[in-house]
Structure formats: structure tokens, C-alpha cells
Design a protein around this ligand. Structure first.
Ligand SMILES: [Zn+2]
Length: 111
């Protein structure tokens, strides 16, 4: 069964990074339209993610800019460590959310 949190976490991270970019620009004294909309979309998305997955994500985001990264050709694109092929099958089915044992990031398989 497909893990429903996975794609929402990817979406949540996109929103978080966009909010960060907007806030960086605001720090320079420019006003950004749409920042409130981004934050609202962020809240609505976070509410749909199960608490354990969200907690895992938030904790990682405290340390890392990107908490969830793609895996391509069995390589974690966060730290470029090769992932065990046993993980790959389940990873492709997206049945659960795996973590890279090297960098600790949450993983999603692109292929
Ligand atoms: Zn990694």
C-alpha cells in the first residue's frame, strides 16, 4: 500500500523552501505578495500528514535544509550514498518512508 504521507511531505518541503526564500527576500526590505498564501497552504498540508511522519520531518528540518530527498539509481541524492537494493523495491512501491542511514534524510524513489 502506498504511503500517503510521502508525497505530502515532498509538497510540504517545497512550500517550506518557498517560504524561506520569500522571507529571505523580505529581510532585504522587499515586500513579497503571496507569502501569507504560502503559509496557509503549508498549514493545510501539515494537517493532512500523520503526526509521526510530520514530527520526523520537522526534526530533520531543524538540522537540514532538505529533510526529504529523491533516490535515483539507488543513490541518495542528499549524500550520494548507495542504498541497499532491498530497500529499493519497497521504496519504489512507496509502502513506507525510508531513511538514509548515512545522512538521516527521508527518501523517496524516483525510478
Ligand atoms: Zn543520504
Amino acid at each position: 500500500m502506498m504511503n500517503k504521507d510521502l508525497e505530502k511531505l515532498v509538497y510540504l518541503q517545497d512550500l517550506d523552501l518557498m517560504i524561506e526564500e520569500a522571507e529571505d527576500v523580505e529581510k532585504l526590505g522587499f515586500s513579497i505578495t503571496g507569502c501569507d498564501e504560502l503559509k496557509q497552504a503549508r498549514e493545510e498540508t501539515a494537517e493532512k500528514i500523520s503526526k509521526p511522519s510530520l514530527y520526523r520531518y520537522e526534526r530533520l528540518r531543524g538540522k537540514l535544509k532538505r529533510a526529504i530527498v529523491p533516490v535515483k539509481n539507488d543513490i541518495c541524492l542528499g549524500c550520494f550514498l548507495r542504498q541497499p537494493t532491498s530497500k529499493g523495491k519497497q521504496g519504489r512501491e512507496r509502502s513506507e518512508i525510508f531513511t538514509c542511514e548515512n545522512c538521516g534524510r527521508m527518501l523517496y524513489w524516483l525510478d
